[in-house]
Design a protein around this ligand. Structure first.
Ligand SMILES: [Fe+2]
Ligand SMILES: [Fe+2]
Length: 279
């Protein structure tokens, strides 16, 4: 299967800018690239912070942009989102029995879980007992099917103080549940606006940059979060029974090494014409 993850759109009402950038124009560019290159994607998943301040107008702008996306898409919410306004504009997105925006995407041989980690009124994340109970039930029902999890906040620290204080704070409940199962193949998260890979409690994890603004590689600042204009990216996720491969694509980067530059390099290094270009 092929999935596309993008994250942290931080949409604002049409015509407005955020940190000097247009989240809608950035998302349009992301979608145009996906439509051009990823026609075989099974679906796209957007891991939260869909809107910057949760206004209905921002969700309406988001919905208009997403209509251009040729692949099916699924949505998670983040700390900048508003459950009520989100639900008004995207009423088709499933909720659990307690009203949390979490659901299962079921395929014959694999399941994808989209989790709600939002603590209303806070920027840190939460995964309370009712949510953890739902997750436990869904994992039990999945039996031996491989499960991939999509969520906004990570339940772990990533070594950056400004972001670590905004992780899921009551992560012990989440941790207790996932530790009872051995079929969770990967956790894909957002929120950190940075490319991060690793593993947590034996589960591979990864995060992707946002489509609008990013977080600086600042290892000391606690607050406010140091932001940057590093390039946006989306993740192309290739899943097979025996492997998970994640590519990051800086969709605004049009740079290429020209044939002239390549042949100059070959000439300078006395490479023969039969020597293929290499990285
Ligand atoms: Fe964000
Ligand atoms: Fe966030």
């Amino acid at each position: 299967m092929k999935l596309i993850q993008f994250s942290d759109i931080h949409m604002v009402p049409r015509g407005q800018k955020l940190f000097g950038l247009s989240p809608a124009a950035r998302l349009d560019a992301c979608i145009a690239d996906i439509n051009a290159r990823q026609t075989d994607a099974d679906f796209c998943i957007i891991t939260g912070d869909l809107a910057n301040a949760g206004q209905p107008e921002a969700y309406e702008t988001l919905r208009d942009c997403l209509e251009k996306l040729q692949s099916p898409y699924y949505l998670a919410i983040g700390n900048h989102d508003d459950r009520k306004h989100f639900g008004q504009v995207f009423p088709e997105v499933e909720k659990d029995e307690n009203g949390f925006v979490q659901y299962v995407i079921d395929f014959p041989d694999v399941r994808f879980f989209v989790l709600d980690t939002v603590e209303e009124g806070a920027h840190w994340g939460s995964y309370c007992a009712p949510r953890a109970g739902w997750l436990d039930e869904q994992l039990a029902a999945s039996k031996d099917k491989p499960v991939y999890i999509f969520m906004h906040h990570p339940p772990f620290e990533i070594g950056m103080p400004s972001l670590d204080k905004l992780r899921i704070r009551d992560a012990h409940l989440f941790s207790e549940v996932v530790s009872r199962y051995n079929n969770i193949r990967h956790i894909f998260h957002g929120h950190v606006h940075r490319p991060v890979f690793g593993s947590w409690s034996g589960i591979p994890v990864s995060a992707v940059r946002g489509t609008n603004h990013q977080v600086q590689f600042d290892l000391e600042t606690v607050a406010p979060i140091p932001l940057s204009h590093e390039p946006p990216a989306y993740a192309m996720i290739l899943l097979r029974r025996d492997q998970t491969i994640v590519h990051y694509h800086d969709f605004l980067d049009q740079s290429v090494i020209s044939e002239t530059q390549a042949s100059e390099f070959a000439h300078d290094h006395k490479m023969t014409g039969s020597m293929p270009a290499a990285v």
